[in-house]
Design a protein around this ligand. Structure first.
Ligand code: ATP
Ligand SMILES: Nc1ccn([C@@H]2O[C@H](COP(=O)(O)O)[C@@H](O)[C@H]2O)c(=O)n1
Length: 230
């Protein structure tokens, strides 16, 4: 890959499909900046919670967004997220934040604001950007678009195992992980602005019966082919 040339790899898909894991590996393989847009929605959700603004209150959220700054910084161990200049990375995975992020992201004004920020972040870069609407709304002209999917039961099982393996694992029940994932999927797929769906020119990969290494190998092959790499 030409080290100067703008290259945008878009990875979209539902919750727990493996997007972050794939994006991190692709970024390291091709020396790209890895930007996780879900972390930006999470940071804004945290701000709404801290300010007592309901995730259903469209006008309240819009006013809050007008006085908010959200910044993503790529680092070797993942993205660092700054909310109004303060790093909040370690606070974004709480259940309350996950739930609120899914709800605040439904509002068109919030999405338009995020899309603007995300375009600014990636515009001239060599990036892999991961989320729900990168190939359809943020960078419809991305060089490569991957839509990663898997059966919801398999996704929730993988997420359950991920939670269990975490150092200070919260108590989780497999059924509630599946129920929450289905609720988030439903919101993502039915919202008014850029609902979750593959871009017409995305390559759809269903990882239900693929290992992570098989998915990575397939995506590497697609990137090499599309970008004309040996
Ligand atoms: N093909 C696969 N086989 C087995 N496990 C996988 C596969 N793909 C991803 N995983 C595992 O599934 C879990 C969820 O993956 P990841 O966090 O990357 O999903 P995500 O799409 O980024 O989720 P979210 O959008 O909710 O943040 C991780 O533990 C990851 O290692
Ligand atoms: N481009 C995006 C990215 C995320 N969202 C919403 O944010 C929530 C958190 O995202 P994670 O990937 O970190 O789980 C998620 O539930 C989405 O609803 C989005 O709308 N658009």
């Amino acid at each position: 890959m030409n080290q100067q040339q703008r290259s945008i790899i878009a990875i979209d898909g539902p919750a727990g499909a493996g997007k972050s894991t794939l994006a991190a590996r692709i970024a390291s393989r091709f020396n790209l900046l890895n930007l996780e847009t879900g972390a930006m929605y999470r940071a804004f959700a945290l701000k709404a919670i801290e300010n007592g603004v309901s995730p259903e209150d469209a006008a309240g959220l819009e006013a809050l967004a007008a006085s908010s700054s959200i910044r993503l910084e790529a680092s070797p161990d993942g993205n660092r997220v700054y909310l109004d200049g303060v790093e909040v990375t370690s606070r974004l995975r709480d259940n309350s934040v996950t739930d609120a992020a899914s709800k605040v992201s439904v509002h068109p004004a919030i999405r338009k604001w995020m899309v603007r920020l995300q375009r600014e972040l990636g515009e001239n870069g060599r990036i892999v950007m991961e989320g729900r609407d990168i190939g359809t709304a943020v960078f419809p002209d991305a060089d490569v678009k991957i839509f990663l999917d898997a059966d919801p039961v398999v996704r929730s099982q993988r997420r359950y195992e991920q939670i269990e393996a975490a150092p200070a694992a919260p108590i989780a029940a497999a059924e509630s992980v599946l129920r929450e994932m289905r609720e988030r999927d439903q919101r993502d797929r039915t919202r008014a602005l850029s609902p979750l769906q593959p871009a017409a020119d995305a390559v759809v990969i269903d990882s239900t019966s693929l290992t992570l290494d098989q998915v990575i190998a397939r995506v590497e092959e697609i990137i090499r082919e599309r970008l004309g790499l040996a």
